[in-house]
Design a protein around this ligand. Structure first.
Ligand code: FMN
Length: 202
């Protein structure tokens, strides 16, 4: 699949079936996804793969704070929505010259590449977060260190073949793009207010 076609046709897949990529295939694709822009090449993240029966333990941790039966039932079942839940752990390098927000941005870039690579191989995925990212029970189950952040799960599997695929149009973004006007030449320059002038690109 060409890159543009992959970008055009990728969707967050809500219904994911077997098969999911093997640990080896996931790791191979991740190796390429990790080439996404990353200031300092810190790769400030790690993944914990959750499959099969382990999903039930994860679901129990999701439900651990719930007080009513309906929420317990719903939370417990959440990890069963895909055959593979790839847990994304943010591992920021503290006191590094590359600030925290850049490390988080690099992690997002990696995930986007990984989702496109999975799509290219015929797999579907969706990045899910929710209140469980702050759950002490979930953090404990996954063995997170205090400085590590849980930034969600990539639910991965095979897209439901019966899902209706509605072609997408590009997002209208013209009003979000402007151009910095060149500075006025010194002879004609008025006092101005010191602010840069931007103009639409349209
Ligand atoms: C950081 C992040 C967290 C997300 N968390 C959730 C979530 O908790 N539940 C959910 O249904 N989708 C979640 N999504 C997926 C978005 O909802 C999805 O990308 C959006 O609906 C657009 O769909 P698309 O990817 O098909 O364009 C998350 C996406 C990102 C980037």
């Amino acid at each position: 699949m060409e890159l543009e076609a992959a970008v055009r046709t990728r969707r967050s897949e809500h219904r994911l079936l077997d098969p999911a990529p093997s640990d080896e295939e996931f790791t191979d694709l991740l190796g390429w996804a990790a080439t996404a822009p990353d200031h300092g090449h810190l790769r400030p993240w790690r993944w914990i793969l959750v499959r099969g029966e382990s999903r039930a333990a994860l679901g129990a941790s999701f439900a651990s704070g719930a007080t009513d039966a309906e929420t317990v039932r719903r939370e417990t079942r959440k990890p069963l929505r895909a055959p593979l839940l790839a847990t994304l752990v943010f591992v920021p390098r503290r006191s590094h010259r590359v600030p925290h927000w850049e490390q988080l941005a690099a992690s997002g870039a990696m995930v986007n590449s990984l989702m496109l690579l999975l799509h290219d191989r015929g797999f579907g995925s969706i990045w899910r977060t929710g209140s469980s990212v702050d759950s002490v029970g979930t953090r404990t189950l996954l063995g997170l260190a205090p400085h590590e952040g849980l930034i969600g799960w990539l639910y991965v599997g095979t897209p439901d073949p019966t899902r209706r695929s509605v072609p997408r149009s590009p997002v209208p973004v013209a009003d979000r793009v402007s151009r910095l006007a060149p500075p006025p030449c010194p002879a004609s320059a008025g006092p101005g207010d010191g602010r840069a002038v931007t103009t639409s690109t349209r």
